[in-house]
Ligand binder design. Structure first.
Ligand code: URA
Ligand code: SF4
Length: 317
């Protein structure tokens, strides 16, 4: 049995795997051990020999899968990777296409990176356009599976005012832009009334994929769970860190909870500026779709009045 110590990275695994392959060590005879963060490998074992150059050629697709699996949390991933590599070289060049193979299934599951949140998809130091492109590929929670596309925030990177809604709705999911459905109509109306130009605002959502249940032909919005809000949060954090708004507006309870915390009570705490770590002036108000859900016209007018009143504060800030 050979114990191989690597820093938990693709590059370290690859270097070690090359040496093992070169020495003809089969997977069953390797025990993989991850060095703790900052631990000196050379203090524990002999220094790793430089990997032999050249060596076996493996399909590029394997390297892509391996790179993705390398960032999974499962400590057995190094073993799985080496087993697949070994078999690609010694048994079956077409192993990657063997659907029913249990080890291949494990590799594919490891490389999917589902459900672990958006953090690992957020490129460090990215521009807004780069964030948007990266978010299009996010599988940080299950919501991407049924939705049409990621609906990222929209607006100039130097916007002074940022609006955060809950999540895209049916229309937004189809069109790929926030607040372009019925709630967007109410939003546009109230913006016009208080004199805010939408083109100068940055508008986004706390969750970037549409969550719904199908009822016949209709897709009915479902409120995202706390775990989905948490999973998606890195995108909102990244947007806000880049834009650094002077004024941050939460539309509805979900956005308010994401920004002010779970204790925030919308109807009690709305309509007042408070500083947060994202903006000196942060405020929450009704969600435009709450206006649409009002029971009758009187109620709808009353709710619209509240939204209008709060957005007048925003326009004057
Ligand atoms: N509701 C939201 O919260 N966001 C949208 O983008 C659309 C509807
Ligand atoms: Fe990623 Fe957010 Fe979509 Fe979940 S909802 S897949 S975290 S972008």
């Amino acid at each position: 049995m050979r114990t191989v110590e690597i820093a938990p990275s693709f590059e370290d695994w690859q270097a070690a795997a090359r040496t093992l392959l070169h020495d003809g060590v089969p997977p069953a005879e390797v025990r993989w051990r991850e060095t703790a963060h900052g631990e000196q490998r050379s203090l524990l074992t002999e220094p790793a020999p430089p990997p032999p150059s050249g060596g076996a050629r493996v399909p590029r697709k394997f390297l892509d899968l391996a790179r993705e699996a390398a960032v999974a949390a499962d400590p057995t991933r190094w073993q799985v990777l080496y087993e697949v590599l070994w078999r690609l070289v010694h048994e079956n060049r077409d192993l990657l296409d063997a659907e029913g193979d249990p080890t291949m299934r494990r590799l594919k599951a490891l490389s999917k990176r589902e459900g672990e949140g958006a953090a690992e998809f957020v490129p460090p130091g990215a521009s807004l356009a780069e964030l948007r492109a990266a978010a299009a590929k996010c599988t940080g929670c299950d919501l991407y599976r049924h939705a049409t596309q990621t609906v990222f925030g929209l607006g100039p990177a130097d916007a002074r005012i940022v609006f955060v809604g809950e999540q895209p709705g049916d229309q937004e999911d189809r069109k790929g832009a926030p607040f372009v459905g019925p709630a967007g109509e109410v939003f546009d109306r109230v913006l016009a009334e208080v004199g805010l130009a939408r083109t100068r605002l940055y508008v986004t959502n706390a969750v970037k994929h549409f969550k719904f249940v199908e009822k016949g032909k209709r897709r009915i919005h479902q409120t995202p769970r706390m775990s989905e809000l948490t999973a998606c949060r890195p995108w909102l954090e990244a947007e806000l860190a880049l834009i650094k708004p002077g004024v941050l507006v939460c539309l509805g309870a979900t956005a308010a909870h994401a920004v002010f915390g779970a204790d925030f009570r919308l109807m009690k705490d709305r309509g007042r500026f408070a500083p947060t770590r994202w903006a000196d002036k942060t405020i929450a108000t009704l969600h435009p779709s709450a206006v649409l859900r009002g029971e009758d016209e009187t109620q709808q007018a009353r709710l619209y009045g509240i939204l209008l009143e709060d957005l007048r504060l925003v326009a004057g800030a």
